[in-house]
Design a protein around this ligand. Structure first.
Ligand SMILES: [Zn+2]
Length: 570
């Protein structure tokens, strides 16, 4: 029987770290270091300490802690991507160990994992660990803090665990050596399991959103990540924690108080209307109406009367005078979605309103003064429309006073777990379903997918899966990807270990049989596959590497080898 030597249970054993160490590459000739596909850099802890000190002095401890926690969160979600590349098919503990082992490898601290309970089917997670030798304790000035100081690492562990579990998790330092405790001790759970006790979630939320949450009288816990029991998240809530999402939110907050015209730019489905609503709510016009118009959805013949109103008798069918959307938005905000599709005549009228603040109803002789803030959005290449003359240049300059680019979902991968959780919750409330969460392989597949249709596509996938799923069963891959065209589904077949694999084993066996029969040398096979992948990816190394399950560096190396071989050898 084991005699307890410390007050803690024995820590759980991690697998060999060599598979991760191999992913860390130092290339002095190139001036770069990579962990997997991600470029890294070595920083001096004393330099980080001075950065931290300056942040605290210039922003205050609360805001500085938020900045560093979110920086750690982003790092943790990036490292979580390595789990599938390195430990696919291993036990849950061995897969999870990637994060803690990378923390050691990256030199931030050493983790002794004391407790690891993860139930993927129910989406439950509970972990406890000791953190030894944390660099952040060294960053702290000799004057001891009374609060935990391992901010980046708490963010890292929260980001890593959220991406691993596929739902928002919070890792909290309950004791910290930097605050006088004998050692740093952390507890991680899903936000749901923490219940109402999620005060420190505010550090994962950009200030712009926390301020809004406070001003609407909600708990200080984040508006974006809050998931306290029994408090439904508003359906149009903005959800995200990634740097590019923060950047967009900050720009919205900056411009909200002014009456400047704002132009949202971004692909279809990135949530332009939600951002416009957020802008309106954060503006002094919040109590006046927000009127939204999708310019592409209104027939060209009706567009002008819709926007500017119509006088009785202006045309056949105009049996009564009525105000247009501009008049209805008086004192508030008018959101013009897909503004790039406006016909030239309407563009001219819109320009006049923006210049004079006056509208003229169709068929009317007098003008009316309106006080409307215009917010526009476009997913069109407006520059192309400008070049071809289908969009007025002077109107473009009027609209493009304060452009805000909204990132596509593939540029904010860290937000996918938050969005998955938010959308599952939204639709199981709406359809009154009892769905506990996502299967492990569904989490992996959702994190791997590229979302050409952005958030709207993810939302549609989850909504239809919630409708189709049985109660008490976690959402699984086939339901979620039911509507995705065959080419993608083929890449999501399940291998013998129950994991998603890039191709079915039977398919591979068939191909292997043919190759052996034809007597093709393995080396030229490699070259052919790499060349083919590059052709299909239009020469994009990152995409080509993803398709054939190599890192970008491996693919680049293979391509170089292939090209240096004599042609007769291929
Ligand atoms: Zn600590």
């Amino acid at each position: 029987m084991r005699r307890p030597r410390t007050k803690h249970p024995a820590s759980l054993a991690f697998p060999d770290i060599d598979d991760l160490r191999e992913r860390l590459r130092f290339r002095p000739a190139d001036g770069s270091i990579h962990a997997g596909d991600v470029r890294m850099t070595l920083l001096h802890v004393p330099a980080l300490a001075s950065l931290r000190r300056e942040l605290i002095e210039s922003l205050g401890a609360e805001a500085a802690r938020g900045v560093l926690t979110r920086m750690g969160y982003a790092a943790g979600t990036i490292d979580a991507e390595l789990v599938r590349k390195v430990r696919s098919g291993r036990s849950l503990l061995e897969s999870f160990a990637v994060g803690p082992q990378l923390q050691s490898l990256e030199g931030t601290l050493r983790v002794e994992l004391l407790r690891f309970e993860y139930d993927p089917a129910r989406g439950r997670f509970h972990g406890e660990a000791l953190w030894k030798n944390s660099f952040e304790v060294e960053c702290q000035d000799a004057a001891l803090s009374t609060e935990p100081v391992c901010w980046m690492q708490s963010g890292y562990a929260s980001g890593y665990t959220s991406a691993f579990v596929g739902k928002p998790c919070l890792v909290r330092e309950v004791e910290c050596r930097g605050a006088g405790a004998a050692e740093c001790r952390v507890v991680g759970k899903t936000v749901e399991e923490w219940g109402r006790d999620v005060e420190d979630l505010r550090f994962l939320t950009p200030r712009v959103l926390s301020e809004e949450a406070a001003s609407t009288g909600r708990a200080r816990a984040s508006a974006a990540i809050r998931r306290t029991a029994g408090s439904p998240a508003p359906a149009d809530e903005l959800v995200g924690a990634s740097p590019s999402f923060h950047a967009a939110c900050h720009r919205v907050r900056k411009v909200a108080a002014t009456r400047a015209t704002v132009l949202f730019l971004g692909e279809t489905g990135v949530g332009k209307e939600m951002f416009a609503r957020f802008l309106h709510r954060a503006s002094p016009r919040a109590n006046a109406p927000l009127v939204a118009v999708n310019c592409a959805a209104i027939p060209e013949t009706l567009l002008e009367s819709e926007l500017f109103g119509v006088e009785k008798g202006a045309f056949t069918g105009a049996i009564a005078s009525r105000p247009g959307r501009f008049e209805r938005a008086d004192g508030g905000t008018l959101f013009l979605d897909e503004v790039g599709t406006l016909p030239l005549a309407a563009q001219t009228k819109l320009l006049r309103v923006l210049q004079s603040g006056e509208i003229e109803r169709v068929g009317d002789v007098r003008t009316r003064q309106v006080d409307v803030r215009v917010v526009a959005a476009t997913n069109e290449e407006l520059t192309t429309a400008l070049a071809t003359g289908t969009f007025r240049r002077d109107l473009f300059y009027r609209l493009n006073v304060f452009p805000i680019r909204l990132p596509p979902l593939r540029e904010r991968l860290d937000d996918i777990p938050l969005l998955m959780d938010h959308l599952l919750d939204k639709y199981r409330r709406l359809y009154r379903r009892r769905i506990p969460g996502f299967t492990e392989r569904a989490v992996a597949a959702l994190l791997d997918y590229e979302y050409p249709g952005n958030i709207r596509e993810l939302e549609n996938m989850i909504e239809s899966a919630v409708i189709l799923c049985e109660d008490d069963v976690p959402l699984d891959t086939p339901l979620l990807f039911a509507s995705i065209p065959g080419t993608f589904r083929r890449t999501l077949q399940v291998d013998s270990a129950g994991r998603l694999s890039p191709s079915s084993e039977s398919g591979v066996e068939d191909i292997a049989k043919k190759i052996v029969e034809a007597g093709v040398p393995v080396e030229s096979l490699f070259s052919a596959i790499v060349e083919r992948a590059l052709v299909e990816a239009g020469g994009n190394y990152t995409h080509a590497a993803k398709r054939v399950g190599l890192t970008r560096a491996q693919l680049a190396y293979r391509a170089k080898v292939a090209r240096s071989r004599p042609t007769s050898d291929r």
